[in-house]
Design a protein around this ligand. Structure first.
Ligand SMILES: NC(=O)c1ccc[n+]([C@@H]2O[C@H](COP(=O)([O-])OP(=O)(O)OC[C@H]3O[C@@H](n4cnc5c(N)ncnc54)[C@H](O)[C@@H]3O)[C@@H](O)[C@H]2O)c1
Length: 280
């Protein structure tokens, strides 16, 4: 149990990656507060974890929602050690040319408000509690925080902005609070939605055969599940093993940045050699 006695706050903990992080943190001995806009997601968390979680229904675009969950967290668990900003939406890789002129303002505002402002407001509301615990913040980025083609310009722009925000906050908040990011690639078991302003709020990424699409692209050979992504969050949330860690963002995406210009499965060469030599 690597997080015994620790207290975390996760935004978007009601589904997908956030839910897997909550489950993993509790299994590692932590207690967790969650801010999510989904009443069903929160109810399912309470049913599974009882007193080890506290859930607040609210929107990450609203500072008062973050204040409420931060206050509830400290009231119930006595402190906050680690903020995990994670709630987000995707633009379904909509290219600029396909965003209608009259919807561009609203789509930009919606995606940046949830994916960037949502993190900034979470940090603001948790500042004092994290200062008092000498804690840390972890923000979920994406491969789109580094490379194109993981979204359209709105999502990619927003995730790049998150990387900048992490670096600036790490600079501003040290030595009291460490600030880092984790940049996953495609996530199995996600229910990632799109912006309402583009009529995509009922569209779920689960309808896309992402695992099949990524299998031939990723150097790791397959898309990871939400559960398989949680190990880095546990590590980043530990104290003793992360003393030098701030302002960094982990590429945790199956190797998207190193797939090169040819086919991803260069390791097939190893099969050829070793099978030929009778070593496999
Ligand atoms: N799914 C992927 O393939 C993928 C890849 C890379 C990065 N990410 C990032 O991972 C993070 C988690 O995404 P996921 O795939 O688990 O999505 P998800 O939709 O499965 O879970 C997101 C959770 O956030 C909540 N949420 C969304 N908007 C909210 C708002 N305005 N206020 C409060 N709660 C809100 C949802 O209700 C949901 O419970 C996001 O930041 C996303 O950009 C996802």
């Amino acid at each position: 149990m690597r997080l015994n006695g620790e207290v975390a706050l996760v935004t978007g903990g009601g589904a997908g990656l956030g839910r897997a992080i909550v489950d993993r943190f509790i299994s590692e001995g932590a207690r967790v507060a969650v801010l999510d806009r989904s009443p069903a997601g929160l109810a399912a968390l309470l049913e599974t974890h009882g007193d080890a979680v506290v859930g607040i229904e609210g929107d990450v675009r609203v500072l008062d929602s973050h204040r409420e969950v931060a206050a509830k967290c400290v009231e119930k668990f006595g402190k906050l050690d680690c903020l995990i900003g994670n709630a987000g939406i995707w633009d379904y890789s909509t290219p600029l040319v396909d965003i209608p002129d009259e919807r561009l303002d609203a789509a930009f505002d919606e995606i940046f408000s949830i994916n960037v402002k949502g993190y900034l407001l979470a940090a603001k509301a948790c500042l004092r509690a994290l200062y008092e615990s000498k804690g840390s913040a972890i923000f979920t980025v994406s491969n789109a925080g580094f490379y194109p083609a993981g979204g359209g310009p709105l999502y990619t722009g927003a995730k790049h902005a998150v990387v900048g925000m992490i670096k600036q906050l790490a600079y501003e908040l040290g030595p009291h609070i460490r600030v880092n990011g984790i940049a996953p690639g495609g996530i199995g078991g996600s229910d990632l939605r799109g912006p309402k302003s583009l009529d995509m709020d009922d569209t779920s990424i689960s309808a896309i055969p992402l695992a099949d699409m990524l299998a031939g692209i990723l150097p790791t050979g397959r898309m990871a599940t939400a559960e398989e992504y949680t190990g880095a969050y546990v590590f980043f949330a530990t104290r003793a093993e992360t003393v030098p860690l701030t302002g960094s963002v982990l590429n945790y995406d199956g190797g998207i940045g190193v797939r090169g210009l040819t086919d991803a499965n260069r390791g097939a060469l190893l099969d050829q050699h070793f099978v030929k030599e009778g070593a496999a």
